[in-house]
Design a protein around this ligand. Structure first.
Ligand SMILES: *Cc1c(COP(=O)(O)O)cnc(C)c1O
Length: 386
């Protein structure tokens, strides 16, 4: 067999992740690899922790990138928080809440669930009611449900968990770097994210942060953490002053993350959230001008991922295929309940700009016209960018 040189065509990534990569981040990945205990790498680890504290808005010392994707961050938080026999209350209103429940159940915890229909947010009253029934060590929720496009309001949820004496764990995979996340201000005890969503870095690392209450609980454990690889009592020895070898850090990925976090810092958190909010508003204007309907009601709409109803009679997979092949642009299919019924359009990190939105509206409009739906493409682009 002969192999041609690797040469993937660059796509405009406007699905549920990964998101487009800034050239500076690609450049960082091509830098010379050094040892994972080299003083140069150790210095980079310290900078990365500081930059992660900035984006999470926390002073938490235990803030670091886990080697693995967002799901590894999820497993790290859940496994380090729960021991066999503990009880957890998980909020489920989409795929990622369901994944949290599965991970918690696999570590031997008793797991109860508070549910909301897909496309809606979790009602804090339901959480309060559930918390009255039993004693829970952990309450977990997803901030930005990428499967539905819902942004979960948090203050009542966190207060309910803390009043009941439970730790609060928040999935910030599709919010960190795109919408406000304030770990200290909101009193979040544990949080994890991923690099390939609103941080616009390739997939491969999962930033996490643990506050004082979560660390106390970790110190009081009577069983070792079920995963050796994700055991924070060991990982903090490598990421802390002792620098004890645990596993070989993925050096190039850590270069990439540092550069991506620097880009976030240079833009400024407030400006970055405002950009995602404004671009989302522009996208919504354009989609509505194309005659499309959104799945989620305005008050709880997630700026970084928009779910759009597939109009009756439209072959949704054909639209996605044509967007990819003809327009070089990726959007996501519906998941679970929304399979075949919705598209998922991501405006994450570098994708959240006027040019991407114009390309998306033009492409989507022409794919819809090809299936016999009238679409005023130039009108939609104009409405979006006005
Ligand atoms: C993408 C995502 C994950 C999982 O991250 P992977 O990097 O795919 O492992 C978890 N939670 C949410 C909300 C996500 O969007």
């Amino acid at each position: 067999m002969t192999y041609r040189p690797l040469g993937p065509k660059a796509r405009l990534l406007m699905g549920p992740g990964p998101s487009p990569i800034h050239p500076r981040v690609y450049g960082a990945m091509a830098m010379p690899v050094v040892g994972h205990l080299d003083p140069q790498f150790v210095a980079l680890m310290e900078e990365t922790k500081e930059l992660l504290r900035h984006v999470f808005q926390t002073g938490n010392e235990l803030t670091l990138p886990i080697s693995g994707t967002g799901s590894a961050g999820m497993e790290t938080c859940v496994l380090n928080a729960l021991e066999p026999g503990d009880a957890a209350l998980i909020c489920v209103n989409g795929v990622f809440g369901a994944r949290l429940r599965e991970v918690a159940a696999r570590c031997g915890a008793r797991v109860d669930v508070v549910e909301a229909p897909w496309g809606q947010d979790i009602d804090p009253e339901d959480v309060r009611r559930a918390l009255r029934g039993s004693e829970y060590k952990l309450v977990a929720a997803v901030h930005a449900e990428t499967s539905t496009g819902v942004l979960q309001p948090l203050s009542d949820l966190v207060a309910a968990a803390h009043e009941a004496g439970a730790l609060f764990l928040l999935d910030t995979v599709t919010s960190l770097g795109g919408v406000e996340v304030d770990v200290d201000g909101w009193e979040i005890d544990l949080s994890y994210s991923g690099t390939q969503k609103c941080l616009s870095c390739p997939p491969g690392l999962a930033p996490i942060t643990l506050g004082p209450r979560a660390r106390e609980a970790l110190g009081r454990r009577t069983h070792p953490v079920q995963s050796w690889y994700l055991d924070l009592t060991l990982l903090q020895e490598y990421w802390g002053a002792a620098r004890v070898y645990h596993h070989t850090a993925p050096v190039s990925m850590n270069y990439a993350l540092r550069e991506a976090l620097l880009l976030v810092r240079e833009e400024g958190l407030q400006a970055r959230w405002a950009r995602h909010r404004d671009m989302h508003a522009a996208l919504v204007r354009g989609l509505e001008a194309l005659g499309l309907e959104l799945v989620v009601s305005e008050a709880i709409r997630l700026p970084t991922l928009t779910t759009v109803r597939v109009p009756d009679g439209v072959d949704e997979a054909r639209v996605r295929g044509e967007l990819l092949e003809t327009h070089n642009l990726e959007i996501g299919a519906g998941l679970g309940t929304f399979k075949g019924a919705a598209w998922r359009i991501g405006l994450m990190g570098e994708a959240a700009c006027a040019e991407s939105i114009a390309r998306l509206l033009a492409g989507l409009g022409s794919c819809l016209s090809a299936q016999g739906r009238s679409a005023d493409v130039s009108g939609a682009v104009r409405r979006a960018l006005e």
